[in-house]
Design a protein. Structure first.
Length: 534
């Protein structure tokens, strides 16, 4: 491809300071332009980089029997595997895998951090329909191998984080997590054994010793105090002294989940505990049905719902709870004495004060972004979805499902923020828009121009993706643009072209001189050896 044929609007101007690093770099290199807040157009170089990223992921998918579908944007991954599974497949036809590209607008969100958090999400989604849990375990391990290879190819320091499975209770789903100081996601990692989990999936311990002095239960008027912070301020209490009762609807059951005021409820733990298909916060009408009060004043005494307490609540002797009466709370309530619980379990999200359940080591909370995820589903989920196949015995059996998602914009942005220097992008070879850029020092020097063109043609014939900088600009301008764009290797025909000598410079390496006859040996034996099939 000739530089003069492409639209590559590089810019030396400084982008606004409040813009994310990935957008600054991509904008200056002529990859991306902003349409509006959170909406971006990928220019030719950006589109090529994104296409190579997609092909990098898809190539590994097809090696494992997952092939591309063209799917309407309104269709979900669940609708696609149900579509393929319709008509009762034979065990001989399984496993079956497919993937597709999905774009969707993220409503009710504030876009920030460039392509790390845009308004439009572009992802590669897919699934594998499997015969049993053994195949599910094998496919999961293969995906982990792919994640490792992808992280290495993009030169990203990623972590594997576990999260409780929503559709296969007792098992773990997985996330490919990239640490980033102002990321929207969080994980908890053990400083000793390195195990990482999402906060809502950490197994939490609690102190068995009761705390607080037991006093007489009192009903207190607490007007306009619907939040924990408002209640704590009004009663001059700490948030940990207050117990919030959160009303949920689990399928058709109303549930009151009790948790300390300074804790966050783990909905996935509650869902797994109840083994329900749908868990969602109750509506205001359903809250009134259970409490007889407005939202914000729910409590366990007299609650018309099943009561499930977090472990910590049962050790409290002087708690503040909602009174199921608008503008009122109970003070000095005590578990066992004042109310009964239908179940007691670990319901809370983990904190930095918790210990690793595997080795007892201290833990740290890490902010960042989820770049990819894999979800596992078992027989119970398959039964609800009607995912049935004919087994080798001729009887109906239930499938297992592995579904996965790669966030393409986020992966590209993470690669950009992890691979750059003061001069611009240093993109990994697998996603750089071109493998090699070739140019001459003097555009009006016929020998230099013909040498550059000869090298360009030779590399193209070998399957390399090459950009020929045929512009009439000064060579210093060409050098700066090639560094800004981040092409892995630059070859320049200069004053020694008459001797057959050219300059060759890796993007992050030193320049050297080489005879044109040795050029192919050098390239094929170096890190930039990634010619496509001819």
């Amino acid at each position: 491809m000739k530089y003069s044929w492409m639209y590559i609007p590089t810019s030396k101007e400084t982008i606004q300071e409040n813009e994310a690093l990935n957008y600054k770099l991509l904008n200056r290199a002529g990859y991306v332009r902003k349409n509006s807040a959170g909406s971006y157009t990928l220019l030719p170089l950006g589109a090529r980089a994104l296409g190579k990223l997609q092909n990098l992921i898809a190539g590994s998918m097809e090696e494992r029997g997952c092939y591309r579908l063209e799917v309407p944007s309104s269709q979900s991954v669940e609708s696609q595997f149900k579509l393929i599974a319709a008509g009762r497949l034979s065990y001989r036809e399984l496993p079956i895998g497919a993937w597709f590209i999905k774009e969707r607008v993220l409503d009710n969100m504030r876009p920030r951090l460039g392509l790390l958090h845009p308004r439009i999400k572009l992802s590669l989604q897919g699934f594998k329909l499997l015969r049993d849990s053994k195949e599910l375990a094998i496919e999961t391990e293969q995906l982990l191998v792919q994640w490792k290879g992808l992280s290495e190819a993009l030169k990203l320091d990623c972590l594997k984080a576990e999260t409780l499975s929503e559709h296969l209770p007792g098992d773990k789903d997985l996330k490919l997590f990239w640490p980033y100081d102002s990321g929207e996601d969080r994980i908890i990692r053990c400083s000793k054994c390195g195990k990482a989990v999402t906060p809502d999936s950490l197994k939490c311990t609690y102190a068995n010793d009761a705390f607080g002095s037991e006093g007489e239960l009192k009903l207190v008027h607490t007007p306009e105090t619907k939040t924990i912070m408002q209640v704590a301020g009004f009663l001059d209490k700490e948030q940990k002294d207050i117990v919030k009762t959160l009303i949920y609807k689990a399928d058709e059951r109303l549930i009151g989940a009790l948790i300390r005021g300074d804790r966050e409820l783990s909905e996935i733990k509650l869902k797994n505990l109840l083994n329900c298909q749908v868990l969602e916060p109750a509506t205001a009408e359903e809250v009134y049905q259970a409490t007889g009060a407005e939202v914000g004043f729910a409590g366990p005494i007299g609650l018309k719902a099943e009561i499930i307490c977090d472990n910590e609540v049962m050790s409290m002797k002087a708690m503040v709870i909602g009174a199921n009466k608008t503008d009122y709370h109970y003070v000095d309530a005590s578990a066992f004495r004042d109310f009964k619980s239908d179940m007691v379990a670990d319901l809370r999200c983990g904190t930095k004060e918790d210990a690793c359940p595997e080795c007892g080591g201290s833990v740290e909370i890490i902010d960042g972004f989820t770049l990819a995820k894999v979800n596992k589903s078992g027989a119970e989920y398959a039964k609800r979805q009607g995912l049935v196949y004919n087994s080798s015995s001729g009887e109906a059996d239930l499938m297992h499902v592995l579904d996965f998602e790669f966030d393409l914009y986020r992966l590209l942005a993470a690669a950009v923020e992890s691979n750059n220097d003061e001069a611009g992008l240093c993109l990994p070879k697998d996603i750089a828009p071109f493998d090699i850029i070739v140019m001459s020092v003097h555009a009006d020097n016929e020998l230099q121009q013909s040498t550059a063109l000869e090298i360009y043609s030779r590399l193209k014939s070998k399957g390399y993706d090459v950009l020929l900088d045929d512009r009439g600009d000064r060579v210093s301008v060409k050098f700066k643009d090639s560094e800004l764009i981040g092409i892995p290797l630059r070859i320049t025909a200069g004053r020694k072209a008459a001797e057959g000598i050219v300059e060759i410079k890796p993007r992050t390496g030193e320049m050297t001189e080489l005879h044109i006859d040795s050029l192919m040996d050098y390239i094929e034996g170096s890190e930039v050896n990634y010619a496509g099939e001819i």
